[in-house]
Design a protein. Structure first.
Length: 394
């Protein structure tokens, strides 16, 4: 008996016991679908978080210092350090975050991210302007009361990008002139507190408004991602020379945070996939039980085939293929169920998620492997039946 004949007999056996075959496959379907859904959702979340980190700049290094009366770092000193290491850094900006309410007449926004930055900040964020200009060096030096707003601010307070240019906006009661509007970042939704709800002003003005002469936050953009570790070490050495205490400053590379995050999420994905895979093992036990029942029911048939000259390998092949076909059909059905469920659940969670090819391949391969593994024992039992005892069976 060749493999094709064994395959046809397996299909005939499955079709003649449709309900029993379906219940056997159900465990495989649930297991495969669970693996695909969980792994795909975790990977979708990882992709979303990676994109979020990328929008913040994976080549950026954030520096935070705690200035004391005896030991402090000025903006001029930080710029001198930056100029000395131009081979490592592409841009640098002081950063002053304000808790502010911005107003245009009687209309106001309280969730807007208001930040004091330098003229290099737009390039560091890899953003573009929809209209107008960004902050200039002269604005920083002379503390010009000018600002650049996000797309949401322009539309919410002024009804349009062009309408916002050269208009006056009040930040905590201080009047500023809008000189530019940043291009829309979130193509799906404009919302309060979103990526388009931002306002940038000269850091010199922001520092004065915050009543803090010493700025404590800086952002560096590395010239080469491969030299991020070296750049971080240079910053650490510089700051330790000033503060003499590494508890007074913190240097954080965004790329290192992203690597750590990806590592944790990958581990979580493997763990969830493993947990879902347990259901495949349970399904394998179900396959084995059903195949044992099938062997018992077909004992007389096996005896007749052996009496007619069927070899042990032929009987073994027939039952192993039947178990593999059963689990394969369950695997295919599980892939379909898992793919549809992944898309539906991802949409409900507000994420763009698609089935992970790796999860599909691994789960299907495991389902077929389980069919072969758990089908071997019943097949071996059938192959080892004594023909005379099998023929006597009722």
């Amino acid at each position: 008996m060749n493999i094709l004949q064994s395959f046809k007999m397996a299909l005939k056996s499955i079709w003649s016991n449709k309900m029993r075959s379906f219940l056997t496959m159900l465990g495989i379907i649930i297991g495969v679908a669970s693996v695909i859904i969980l792994v795909s959702l975790v990977n979708g979340q990882m992709s979303y978080m990676t994109e979020s980190f990328a929008s913040m700049g994976t080549n950026q290094i954030n520096v935070n210092v705690s200035n004391l009366s005896s030991r402090s770092l000025s903006v001029d000193e930080m710029y001198q350090f930056y100029d000395k290491h131009k081979e490592l850094f592409a841009q640098m900006t002081p950063k002053v975050t304000l808790t502010s309410t911005i107003k245009n007449g009687t209309e106001s926004l309280t969730g807007t991210t208001v930040t004091g930055v330098s003229e290099d900040y737009l390039d560091m964020k890899d953003q573009t302007l929809d209209s107008g200009r960004f902050l200039q060096y002269s604005d920083i030096v002379s503390r010009q009361k000018v600002c650049v707003v996000g797309y949401y601010v322009a539309w919410d307070l002024y009804g349009g990008v062009e309408k916002a240019i050269d208009q006056t906006i009040k930040i905590n009661g201080y009047p500023f002139r809008i000189v530019g509007v940043i291009s829309r970042q979130d193509e799906e939704e404009l919302e309060d507190g979103g990526t388009d709800d931002v306002l940038y002003l000269p850091y010199s003005c922001a520092a004065k408004m915050s009543n803090n002469a010493n700025i404590s936050s800086y952002v560096f953009a590395t010239a080469d991602m491969d030299h991020t570790t070296e750049a971080k070490e240079v910053i650490n050495t510089f700051l330790f020379h000033i503060f003499k205490d590494d508890d007074l400053y913190r240097v954080t590379a965004m790329s290192e945070l992203l690597d750590s995050l990806n590592s944790m999420i990958s581990m979580m994905s493997m763990m969830l996939g493993g947990i879902a895979g347990i259901s495949l093992l349970v399904a394998g036990v179900g396959v084995m039980n059903i195949m044992l029942v099938s062997v018992t029911e077909r004992t007389r048939e096996i005896g007749i085939r052996k009496a007619l000259g069927a070899k042990k390998s032929n009987i073994m092949q027939q039952f192993v293929i039947e178990a593999a076909v059963t689990s394969s059909f369950g695997g295919v059905a599980g892939i379909l169920v898992g793919s549809v469920a992944t898309t539906v659940i991802g949409t409900a969670m507000g994420m763009t998620v698609s089935p992970t090819p790796g999860a599909v391949i691994v789960s299907f391969s495991v389902s077929v492997g389980i069919g072969l593994l758990f089908g071997y024992m019943p097949a071996s039992r059938a192959a080892n039946l004594n023909p005379i005892d099998a023929l006597r069976s009722e």
